[in-house]
Design a protein. Structure first.
Length: 263
């Protein structure tokens, strides 16, 4: 028996059993709570209505709101956003350090920085809106701008002229190799996007039932996976980029669609 259990019992039944009374005898806070509830009289102690679904749902939500995820969701928005940014950046950074693309010496540096910056800025905007506190809901226009901007930026980057043809590994992924190589990059990118997606769901205060906002988390996490596979895969052919890199968005967008319908 703890303070939460005592409060739930008093709200649900209007009284206290032996264990609750024993806890209240040694807890000044619960003694004060019980005194206030009893002073409120029948309003506070009245039993619930026979079909009180709201009360049952509220008590169930209180029971679920425990543990590390609940504590993380209670952090200030600035803290949650900083943690999300660090976690999302850690995935592609780890890929870059552990298994970088072999053609980095030949890839135009200005273009590399431009592609990374465009991807991270658009995804960062979607993630920041996703993590906005519930008392500051984003407008539909803001949400759509972030989603469309992120998807459009990814499509434009995949359609730019091929960066170079100076490394043998950059020339693969076409012909008979197209589908096998594209599928490999899709799996790799999706695997990198998954931890970002889970982290974004855990940090959002309505991450379990995000509704229409789910697409923000989907495109944000997908870009994390796409940046990771971009830093690993040297292939520059457009068909490969569209089939192997951009498709990382599809499973997460499918989740967002189902999440919006479930809402």
């Amino acid at each position: 028996m703890d303070c939460d259990d005592l409060q739930r019992q008093l709200l649900a039944t209007g009284g206290l059993d032996g264990a609750a009374r024993a806890h209240a005898d040694g807890c000044p806070q619960c003694q004060a709570y019980v005194a206030v509830m009893r002073a409120m009289g029948p309003v506070a102690s009245a039993p619930p209505a026979p079909d009180d679904g709201l009360r049952a749902a509220t008590l169930a939500a209180i029971d679920r709101d425990r543990g590390a995820i609940a504590r993380a969701r209670a952090w200030p928005t600035a803290t949650r956003t900083a943690v999300a940014a660090a976690a999302c950046l850690a995935v592609p950074l780890g890929v870059w350090l552990a298994m970088p693309r072999p053609d980095l010496a030949h890839y135009p540096k200005a273009r590399l920085l431009l592609e990374l910056l465009a991807s991270l800025v658009t995804a960062g905007a979607a993630i920041a809106i996703w993590l906005r506190p519930l008392h500051r809901p984003q407008s539909v226009g803001m949400r759509l701008s972030a989603i469309v901007g992120t998807i459009a930026a990814a499509a434009i980057l995949a359609s730019l002229p091929e960066a170079h043809h100076a490394h043998p590994s950059s020339l693969g992924g076409v012909g008979a190799q197209l589908l096998p190589k594209a599928f490999g990059c899709f799996v790799f990118g999706s695997s990198c996007a998954l931890p970002a997606w889970l982290g974004l769901r855990w940090l959002a205060r309505d991450g379990d039932r995000p509704g229409a906002r789910a697409t923000l988390a989907a495109v944000g996490a997908a870009v994390v996976g796409m940046v990771a596979v971009f830093l690993h895969c040297p292939i520059v052919a457009h068909a490969h980029l569209w089939l192997g890199h951009l498709t990382v968005m599809l499973p997460l967008l499918a989740w967002a669609w189902f999440a919006a319908r479930r809402r």
